[in-house]
Write a protein that binds this ligand. Sequence first.
Ligand code: COI
Length: 332
Amino acid sequence: MKIVAYGVRQDERPYFDAWQAANPQIELQLEPGLLDETSAALANGADGVVVFQQKSYSGTILQRLSDLGIKNVSLRNVGVDNVDAAMVKKLGMKITNVPVYSPPAIAEFTVTQLMQLLRRTKEYERKFAQQDFRWAPQMSQELNQQVVGVVGTGNIGRAAIKIYQGFGAKVIAYDKFHNEAIEKQELYVDSLEELYRQATVITLHIPLFTETTHMLNEQAFAQMNDGMFIINAARGPLIDEQALIDALDSKKVAGAALDVLEDETKVFNRDLKGKTIDYPVFSNLFARDNVLISPHTAFYTDISVKNMVNISLDSNKELIETGKAKNLVSFR
Ligand code: COI
């Protein structure tokens, strides 16, 4: 059996090496480059591929794999919005993901970002760097006073809820699919409109679908309280970025923490030192004291990376051996 893994980073290598040592009967080929239309050929002779990238898995790429007889594709992450689902179905491919690698990794990051927004750390750091050590006028807000609206009560949303409750914040939640434990705590509100009306903070923990694209748009912002805080470590296109810029300008939104952006592959996880960045929305948001931008880094912990590597490889092996897998993605 042969598995080819694409986009293998140095920090992942020890986990790949350990898995290879535990599975000596499998030929594991590690490729540093991402899977694209050209590099697909490197998988010639493989029974499955393991991949990780924020760029799209286009129909052409999938077709190339299929032409090589490769139908088993295991993602080392959770989101599947960048996979051409129609092509997966057409080609009869099987895709697995890693639905749970470390929900607290992402939840803790988002809470950290909110606390930095509330305590205005970016403004203070800029001021202190200029040796201006006065307090005023950057008075902060307290987390325990917030009404945190959690959109999406899957594993990550629920991990975030636990942390917020530990800090004494009031939590309300919205999800089309109710979780029993959250229902028991009576945290659900009936509609997003109700969540917008009550919350002082909105944190997004939902996947990207057609119906969730630009869910935070001009109309949504208009329904919110003045001085809202917005946290998004899920997917960039959940927010209409121009509408967010307008809401920041009008002070409807007091601060935003964005770990994801609509066109993030232009900038994130790249070394752009000394380069001009041609992404006006990014530059606009990045320059603001009350906007924290991070390069899709919420997931990036030792526990997450280890689980992403091990679970994806196990899933690919399972697919190859049995034609089934616990983490098989069923596309809608
Ligand atoms: C995911 O697991 O889907 C993430 O968002 C992590 C990312 C760096 C691909």
